[in-house]
Design a protein around this ligand. Sequence first.
Ligand code: COA
Length: 141
Amino acid sequence: MLKWIGPGEQARAEILELRRAVLRRPLGLEFSPQDLAAEKDDWWLALWDEGLLSGCLLIRDRGQKTAQMRQVAVAEGRRGRGLGRRMVEEAEALCRRRGFRKIILHAREDAVEFYRRLGYQTEGEAFIEIGLKHRLMAKGL
Ligand SMILES: CC(C)(COP(=O)(O)OP(=O)(O)OC[C@H]1O[C@@H](n2cnc3c(N)ncnc32)[C@H](O)[C@@H]1OP(=O)(O)O)[C@@H](O)C(=O)NCCC(=O)NCCS
């Protein structure tokens, strides 16, 4: 089940925990209070699979009809079953309905092929973020 989670909904705390487990703890990092404060207006998408919170992503309005997709995470053990693809496709559909023309994202090098398969293309050179090599990727809607 896919669901957009509004500010103040309890599921946001669960999503944050999934993000910590998948995207921060393996790197020995934590979200800063500034990171978290900046996210309150983002759109939060959660995916439950067999009753368990299994994936999430966030969307941020970057202006000029461009949305940034962030914090894409599927729980370890549930990967490779199309859950990531379902979330990204749902996010693209909402962005289209809201009039966005483009989605951009910062892809970890390990995830570039995942996004490529979903129609995203790399732009420019690699750069370092949270200590990892990333590529800017984009897709027109
Ligand atoms: C990247 C991630 C979100 C992919 O989620 P997933 O549910 O495993 O992906 P899906 O099963 O929907 O895969 C969709 C397609 O991408 C491919 N794919 C998925 N991960 C891939 C990878 N790491 N490398 C190459 N191809 C990959 C799949 O084979 C599938 O291809 P197909 O549709 O042509 O058969 C997940 O592996 C994850 O959470 N990784 C750790 C966190 C992370 O790196 N997040 C991204 C930060 S930028």
